[in-house]
Every structure is written in structure tokens, then in C-alpha cells.
Design a protein around this ligand. Structure first.
Ligand code: SR1
Ligand code: MG
Length: 391
């Protein structure tokens, strides 16, 4: 039976991935095809198939039935591949310029076949190497404004929005976030991971009732506020960047949640750069400012356009209430991302690759302190400039 018509899931190999691409008519048997597994994330297999003559290439991404980062002891739904493919298609209909094109997807095989973006760099890697991406912030601001507006109650008929909420119910992946971001870092739990020199700093967080209450409130927002279809894992490892192009990949954590979560994850992942490389602080602050300003400008433009179907939208104060809420939430969620990437299960290379241990510890202490500050003071900031000044 051909790979495409398989009735049962099986992990692909480099040769069955090639077979699949031929069956899908993406290539012919005569092509000089080479395939490499290039997945370096926490969860999935990623195959790159290229015809070495024409250089045409595609990506075949397949979910594994467990979390690769931990192993088979952590089973994980294959349905996340369908969530990812459907989210890519939906976001692609809103902002095609910022999303890879999907050629094929299959629920049983848990695969998505899509545009190869290997000519771009993963933004986290590129930023660590010192690359400048002059359009990244502007593109991401537009990406979040449009995806978060067009999937919300303001742009959709009520029944359509509820249909999408149902389609993107994603309990297992949400549980990962609920645990890894909003719970585990605040308790002495085995999956946490940090240098022993940070133990005292971490213990301070564990007994900080004020901080834990604010984290609990952010977690409640994540659990209950179905404001828009989120990417759900919008860190700089989920973004391909080039001088002129930005593409957002990997929305397997997509679900209906609070708008500030996606916005805040981008801010936090840019802040890692600022914390690790003080000489880049001006550049990174300007990225964050541009990103947030573009989000606000474009969201406001959509709000005031005929795209807004909410009859009460023009009531005095509605938009400013929302923008203040999104900012407050984004700052708080950014704080939780800073803390979990420092002491939780899944770290970031921006911090972990700092070679000088004393310096790395100093940066990590600053990251924890900034994370705490953003969480507990999030309602004290009235603009992104105030946030950047306070840092
Ligand atoms: C077990 S998954 C760990 C992390 O990797 C993903 O990219 C998410 O950020 C998740 O929290
Ligand atoms: Mg990912």
C-alpha cells in the first residue's frame, strides 16, 4: 500500500518520506532526490527533500506519538499535526506573506507537507549570531494584529467563531503550557532544570506568594479567555527570518486563548537577547517598540474598519480598554516566559549558550528578576515605552 493511503500511523524514514513526496506528485521518480531529517525541535520529525538538479525542495513534518525532548515515556497526541496544518491554512488565508504554504496534510500519518524555508534562518539562531533583521519587528507586529483580530469575535460571525474554538480544542498541548509555563517553575518539581548556583534564587520564587498569585491569575486567563486563535508557541525558534522575509511556523500549540499570550511570547524571546547581550539593548528595544507599535496601529485600523462586525465597537473607551488589557496581559505573559525558560524544562539557547558560567548565572538572575517584575507590576505600565524604560 502506498505511504499516502496507509490506514495506520508509522514514523517516516528518509526513504519513505521520499516515496510520499513522489506519490503526492511533488516530484517524479526520475528526480535526483535527497532527503535529510533536520528536526531540531522538542517534538517532531522534519524531513527536507530536494531534487538536486532543479533544487526544488519541500518539507515533510511528522508528529511523533511522544515528546522527542523527553522520550517515549511522555506520550503526546498525534492530533497536534492536524491542529498545526489547519492553523497554518487559516493563518495563511489571513497573512499568506508570513506563513509557509501547506501542500498536503494527513491526520492518520500526522504529517504536513509544506514550503521549504531553508533559505531563511531561525530567528533565534540568527539573532544569537548577531544578524540584524530590519523588517522582523514590523512583520511580526502585522502578523499578530491580523491573526488575532481576524480570528476573534470582532471579525467573525458568532457561530463561525465557536466552530473554530471547537476545531482548535487542543487539551494535551495546552496542558504542556499550563504545566511548563504556569505551574512547574513555581514548585520543586523534577522536570525543572537550573544550575545549582541558582537554587537560592529559585527558592525565593517558590515562597513568593505575591508572585504566585499573579501567575495563578495569568494561568486563569490562559485557561479561560477564548479571545482569538493563538499560535500558542510564538518564540523566536518558531520564526524564520531573512532581510526581507519573515515566516511563522510550528503552530501545533494553537488554540483559542488570550491575545496577550502570543504578543508577550515574542516580547520575552526578544528580551532574552537584550539580557544576554547588553550591547544589543538599543537594537532589541527598538525591535520591541516597533513590533508593539505596529501591532497597536494595525489592530486599531482593523477595529475602526468595516471588518469589525461588533455593533458596540464605537462605544467610547472600548478599544482603549482592550489595548490596555492586551498590553497588561502581554507584559505578564512575557514575565512567565522569562522565568520558565530560565528554570523550567525547556530552555533557550540565548541564555544556555553563554559560555562564561559566572556571566551566564548573572544574566539568568537578571532574567528571573525581570520576569518577576513584569508579572507583578504588569498593571503599572501604560505603554510599551514605559516597559522598555523600566528595563
Ligand atoms: C515538551 S515541549 C517543551 C516546549 O517546547 C515547545 O516548543 C513549547 O515551547 C514547549 O513548552
Ligand atoms: Mg515548536
Amino acid at each position: 500500500m502506498s505511504t499516502v493511503n496507509k490506514q495506520q500511523y508509522e514514523p517516516l524514514t528518509e526513504s519513505t518520506a521520499i516515496e510520499l513526496a513522489i506519490q503526492l506528485n511533488l516530484f517524479s521518480e526520475k528526480d535526483a532526490l535527497a532527503c535529510t531529517e533536520i528536526g531540531d525541535g522538542n517534538l517532531n520529525l522534519v524531513f527536507r527533500i530536494q531534487d538536486q538538479k532543479s533544487e526544488k525542495s519541500v518539507i515533510v513534518k511528522q508528529a511523533l506519538p511522544y515528546a522527542k525532548v523527553v522520550g517515549e515515556s511522555w506520550p503526546l497526541t498525534l492530533h497536534r499535526a492536524t491542529i498545526e496544518a489547519e492553523a497554518l491554512k487559516l493563518f495563511g488565508a489571513i497573512v499568506p506573506q508570513y506563513v509557509p504554504e501547506v501542500y498536503f496534510s494527513d491526520e492518520t500519518l500526522a504529517i504536513t507537507v509544506m514550503e521549504d524555508l531553508s533559505h531563511l534562518s531561525i530567528a533565534r539562531t540568527g539573532l544569537i549570531q548577531g544578524n540584524d533583521y530590519p523588517l522582523l519587528a514590523r512583520h511580526l507586529g502585522e502578523y499578530v494584529a491580523k491573526t488575532l483580530f481576524y480570528t476573534s469575535d470582532y471579525a467573525l460571525e458568532p457561530s463561525k467563531k465557536k466552530e473554530l474554538v471547537q476545531k482548535f480544542i487542543n487539551p494535551e498541548l495546552c496542558k504542556i503550557t499550563e504545566d511548563l509555563i504556569f505551574t512547574d517553575p513555581y514548585f520543586d518539581i523534577d522536570t525543572n532544570s537550573f544550575e545549582e548556583e541558582l537554587a537560592e534564587d529559585v527558592k525565593e520564587l517558590w515562597v513568593d506568594g505575591n508572585l504566585k498569585l499573579e501567575v495563578a491569575l495569568l494561568k486563569k486567563s490562559f485557561l479561560t479567555e477564548a479571545e482569538a486563535l493563538l499560535h500558542g508557541d510564538l518564540h523566536t525558534g518558531s520564526i524564520f527570518a531573512g532581510k526581507e522575509t519573515t515566516k511563522v511556523i510550528d503552530p501545533e500549540f494553537a488554540f483559542y486563548g488570550p491575545v496577550g499570550f502570543d504578543i508577550g511570547q515574542v516580547i520575552a524571546n526578544l528580551l532574552f537577547q537584550s539580557l544576554a547581550f547588553p550591547e544589543k539593548r538599543g537594537q532589541i528595544s527598538s525591535y520591541i517598540k516597533t513590533y508593539y507599535d505596529v501591532f497597536e496601529e494595525q489592530y486599531t485600523a482593523l477595529w475602526n474598519s468595516p471588518e469589525n462586525k461588533e455593533l458596540l465597537a464605537n462605544e467610547q473607551g472600548y478599544l482603549s480598554y482592550l489595548l490596555a488589557k492586551y498590553l497588561r496581559d502581554a507584559i505578564g505573559f512575557a514575565g512567565t516566559e522569562l522565568i520558565r525558560r530560565t528554570i523550567g524544562l525547556a530552555h533557550v539557547a540565548d541564555l544556555d549558550l553563554l559560555e562564561d558560567k559566572e556571566y551566564r548565572l548573572e544574566v539568568k538572575r537578571k532574567t528571573l528578576s525581570l520576569g518577576r517584575q513584569l508579572i507583578v507590576n504588569r498593571d503599572k505600565y501604560s505603554s510599551i515605552d514605559e516597559v522598555l524604560e523600566s528595563i
